[in-house]
Design a protein around this ligand. Structure first.
Ligand code: SAM
Length: 367
């Protein structure tokens, strides 16, 4: 069983209230115990094989629960674990911090993004360029369970997402690690950034974005996976983010410098590009300094949990995703493969040959 979104809110209320009472040690107990579970050989083994057994949930081994009875009972009380010791959320670690998110067993229609590899790329990029110390405010327009909030240490942060469930996890993870510098909000980036944000903007602001960017044929009779679907060519929400950024920069009087770091999948006209998203950014921000890096050392196109294709990959490899049991049911496989082949034919007609996985870095300045 999966923890419900309502229950995540109740956990927030329960732990948040306790947190303000003197002597409340529950957050530390939960953190310690989650870390202990994560490091146990049984969990390491389970998480390593998770993508091959998508329906499986982890059961806390008895020796851990006996050793840590108070925290164990607390997890059950909060419904983060069940009385049979199965976990109802997935424990993961990013930048040495333990956090909670959905497991692969949750329906992709509303599953909060399970893995941290993409966010880790962005956090490493921000760290390599020392951006956290240059920008007092970071905005994450699609925060999922809040990994950028964990890995990027700007003094203030605004974390937005379309999904209430993602926001609930993101808030819980912030509470678990005791941060109070984040503002959370529900927002559809297709409609732009919420206007009140203008009041909070700093002279220098950083946007770090990992929008959904997979190219996915329609699942018969079911909605698209919210955290993955990037529209017909994968860049629909990345473009929406750039449009929203252009509006934000134009309307925010206080802002002088805006830096956007965007992770993307984008079609290109050869294995060297040009890449659709980079061309879109150039047209939208003709005066900006923009740099596109294709992450050739990182494999791409996740099938059954693992990114397995070379980067960039030819569009003929898109159909490999039909084998992915974490996104599609076995009985959908043929229809999905056909869907990919149709997309591939359309891309060939339009002159798109490759899909690239990279980072777009845009600096906007006002005089
Ligand atoms: C690929 S996940 C990234 C999560 C997180 N930033 C990370 O890197 O781990 C994409 C996120 O975009 C959110 N999302 C989808 N459509 C959106 C929209 N129109 N506006 C804002 N967020 C959206 C999903 O709910 C999901 O949390």
């Amino acid at each position: 069983m999966t923890i419900s979104t309502d229950q995540l809110s109740k956990v927030l209320r329960e732990l948040g209230a306790g947190n303000s009472l003197p002597g409340d040690r529950r957050l530390a107990q939960i953190n310690g115990y989650l870390g202990e579970i994560y490091q146990s050989p049984e969990y390491t083994d389970w998480i390593g094989r998770e993508e091959l057994q998508p329906a499986s949930q982890f059961t806390i081994p008895p020796r851990l629960s006996i050793h840590n009875k108070v925290a164990h009972n607390l997890l059950i009380e909060l419904e983060i674990a069940h009385s049979d010791s199965t976990l109802s959320a997935r424990i993961d670690r990013t930048q040495s911090t333990i956090y909670l998110t959905d497991g692969f067993w949750v329906d992709p229609e509303y599953r909060v993004f399970p893995t941290s590899d993409e966010s880790d790329i962005l956090c490493d990029y921000v760290s390599r360029h020392s951006l956290a110390s240059k920008y007092p405010l970071m905005i994450d327009p699609a925060c999922g369970p809040g990994r950028h909030g964990i890995g990027i240490d700007t003094p203030y942060q605004i974390s937005l997402d379309m999904s209430e469930r993602a926001l609930a996890y993101s808030r819980l993870n912030a509470l678990l690690r005791g941060t109070t510098n984040q503002l959370f909000g529900a927002n559809d980036i297709v409609r732009g950034f919420p206007k009140p944000i203008n009041v909070l903007l700093r002279e220098k602001t950083l946007i770090v974005a990992n929008m959904p960017f997979a190219i996915l044929p329609k699942r018969p009779g079911r909605p698209e996976p919210l955290a993955q679907d990037g529209g017909p060519r994968g860049v629909a929400l990345s473009k929406a983010l750039l449009d929203a950024t252009a509006m934000l920069f134009k309307n925010a009087a206080a802002m002088r410098e805006l830096r956007v770091i965007l992770l993307f999948y984008s079609l290109g006209r050869s294995d060297f590009g040009p890449w659709e998203i980079a061309q879109y950014a150039e047209a939208l921000f003709p005066d900006a300094v923009a740099k596109t890096t294709i992450l050739t050392e990182k494999p791409m196109w996740r099938v059954n949990g693992r990114k397995e294709q070379p980067n960039p990959m030819p569009v003929s490899s898109l159909k490999e995703k039909a084998r992915c049991r974490l996104t599609y049911k076995e009985f959908d496989e043929d229809a999905i493969r056909d869907g990919f082949l149709k997309r591939q034919q359309q891309f060939a007609k339009d002159g798109w040959t490759h899909l690239g996985y990279g980072v777009l870095d845009i600096s906007l300045t006002k005089s």
